[in-house]
Design a protein around this ligand. Structure first.
Ligand SMILES: [Zn+2]
Length: 306
């Protein structure tokens, strides 16, 4: 049996996850699609569910929580609130801010909404590791110029150099990757290309000298200059479209972010871009279902920001 599916509409979502019990049932089915397996002794016989919603193995007596390993582990927030937060974050197209999440779900403290949002965003990194292939546009660009702190105060910040890699699919775009770059040197751009794009791929770049090393590392490098395209056309149209969408989103939803959190926002944009045709599918990933990864704590988020 595969992982349970996800609802396709908001009405279906509302109906399916109407109670805490329904959410717990969904978590149980996501966690053990083949039936219960004890992480302690691998026995398959699940016993009773305790009042605190732990499952007791009949073999060894070990108690297992259905939220262990998910973003919901050890939170006091209702599962329904988490499900709705994951739903809003994965489907709300321009992306949702902590303030909007707090208001929509009636979360009393801003810090709680903010921490939830960051935990959900942390789950946006893992699925994006496979390399882009066939034909890819690669470019670099500056982002930011001002930042916003946790308390909402705005300060002047530095512009941050980022790299964009996007697949060419006919006249449209395929998958996207974004990353913060240390600089625009040859080694940095080669490292970005190697981290995002499969060797052998056709790589389109502008005329920047730093890209010259790509051909020596197995890429079919096509250097474009303005004379290669018709007047008024973009050199790398897919990369430029992604960059302008990213900038509009950053300004519209978040009004600038601190450089410490920038990488997480880039991941969020990439996650949503790559699921733009199946936004609901992201909801399971965000909750951490089926991911063998330790959940990120509020403390870790704060430490990252320090
Ligand atoms: Zn056991």
């Amino acid at each position: 049996m595969p992982r349970p599916g996800y609802p396709l509409t908001i009405l279906e979502f509302q109906k399916r996850f109407a109670t805490e019990e329904a959410c717990r049932g969904y978590l149980f089915a996501s966690r053990w699609p083949e039936g219960f397996i004890c992480p302690g002794c691998a026995a398959c016989d699940v016993g009773a569910e305790t009042r605190r919603h732990l499952w007791i193995c009949t073999g060894c007596g070990r108690q297992t929580s259905i939220t262990a390993g998910t973003v919901m582990h050890k939170t006091r927030m209702a599962l329904r609130t988490w499900f709705w937060a994951a739903y809003l974050v994965s489907t709300f197209h321009p992306g949702i801010s902590a303030k909007q999440l707090q208001r929509q779900l009636g979360i009393s403290r801003h810090e709680t909404a903010w921490a939830m949002l960051h935990k959900l965003r942390a789950a946006m990194v893992a699925p994006e590791r496979t390399l882009l292939k066939d034909a890819v546009e690669i470019d670099e660009f500056f982002l930011g110029g001002y930042e916003e702190g946790l308390k909402g105060g705005r300060q002047r910040g530095k512009k941050v150099l980022c790299g964009v890699a996007i697949e060419v699919r006919g006249r449209g775009s395929g998958r996207l990757r974004l990353a913060v770059l240390p600089d625009a040197s040859g080694p940095s751009l080669l490292a970005f290309t190697q981290a995002t794009t499969q060797p052998g791929a056709v790589v389109h770049t502008d005329g920047l000298q730093s890209y010259r090393a790509l051909a020596k590392h197995g890429y079919d490098h096509r250097r474009l200059t303005q004379t290669d395209v018709a007047a008024g056309d973009q050199l790398l149209p897919r990369a430029h479209r992604a960059i302008s969408n990213l900038k509009a989103w950053m300004h519209g939803t978040h009004r600038g972010v601190s450089p410490e959190h920038l990488a997480a926002y880039l991941d969020e944009f990439v996650f949503r871009h790559n699921r733009r045709r199946t936004p609901m599918a992201g909801f399971q990933t965000l909750l951490g279902l089926g991911l063998a990864r330790a959940p990120i704590t509020y403390r870790e988020i704060i430490d990252q920001a320090a």
